[in-house]
Design a protein around this ligand. Structure first.
Ligand code: G1P
Length: 271
């Protein structure tokens, strides 16, 4: 069973400036809820019991958002607002599930994941990128099902427009079934000519603890960052099985300004 989820939250959010100059993008509201809460709810619904948040000194407001007890207690004491009591209870529930790890320099997702090594208890864990919201169908749940069926590692994927492949990690496919395929190779942000397909990595991964050893061996890649994609690539080369889960839900890109605006519109339209 997969019970732990890693969520890298130390990114600078430059694609969302100026909105993110003060507020972390993960706390920006989408239809009345912080972006991050969509991710938490998806995971909890899929059976996750513990979260490891990777934050930085610049993003301490994420910690404060979940650990602001005195503030709530004082207000609730004064006015016994039912709505507030309910929201506070929700936050208390999250609080019990969250651990924090720090990454003060933007060294990439691979580096972020490696920092969680000592907390991971089982052979596999979930990793989610909060830029990527998936609504209408629980993607983490789908991935856990596929993991159970295949005993392998899983990456969420969807077809993207060919001209946009250089924005994503791209998968090379083997043995395609209706809603999943085995991954032959991965490449981080290839140019259109070199892309092996238009199946893009969307930010949901079920990874084996073996990955920590591979990350340690990596040299910085694209943009001088340590990419989880490169560690996955090494594992695939060593015959570890990875599968692409062609998820059923609707993908919302919350990592760019136009995507963020569109996410609010899509979600408010209802499920
Ligand atoms: C990251 C991953 C990339 C993936 C993308 C999905 O890129 O490195 O492989 O396709 O998330 O959102 P980033 O968005 O951090 O540039």
């Amino acid at each position: 069973m997969i019970k732990q989820a890693i969520i890298p939250l130390a990114g600078l959010g430059t694609r969302m400036l100026p909105l993110t100059s003060v507020m972390p993008k993960e706390l920006m509201p989408i239809n009345g809820k912080p972006n991050l809460q969509y991710i938490l709810e998806e995971c909890i619904d899929a059976g996750v019991k513990e979260f490891i948040f990777i934050i930085s000194k610049k993003k301490l407001s994420i910690k404060k958002y979940f650990f602001n007890d005195n503030f709530y207690k004082k207000i609730i004491k004064k006015k016994k607002d039912k709505r507030l009591i309910k929201e506070y209870k929700k936050i208390k529930r999250y609080q019990k599930m969250i651990k924090f790890v720090y990454q003060n320099k933007p060294r990439g997702t691979g580096d972020a994941v490696l920092r969680c090594k000592k907390y991971i208890k089982n052979k596999y864990f979930l990793m989610l990128l909060p830029d990527d919201i998936i609504i209408r169908n629980n993607c983490s749940k789908e991935m856990m099902r596929l993991h159970k069926k295949t005993n392998g590692s899983i990456i969420a994927t969807k077809r993207v427009e060919r001209k946009t492949v250089s924005r994503w990690g791209i998968l090379s496919i083997k043995n395609k079934k209706k809603r999943y395929f085995q991954i032959k190779d991965v490449v981080e942000k290839p140019n259109v000519k070199k892309a092996p397909s238009n199946y893009a990595i969307i930010g949901r991964y079920i990874l084996p603890t073996k990955i920590f050893g591979e990350i340690k061996k990596l040299k910085p890649g694209q943009g001088r960052e340590i990419h989880i994609t490169d560690a996955i690539r090494s594992l695939i080369k060593k015959e570890n099985k990875f599968y692409g889960n062609i998820f059923m839900g609707k993908y919302l890109d919350c990592g760019t300004l136009s995507g963020y605006i569109n996410s609010g519109i899509q979600i408010s339209k209802g499920k």
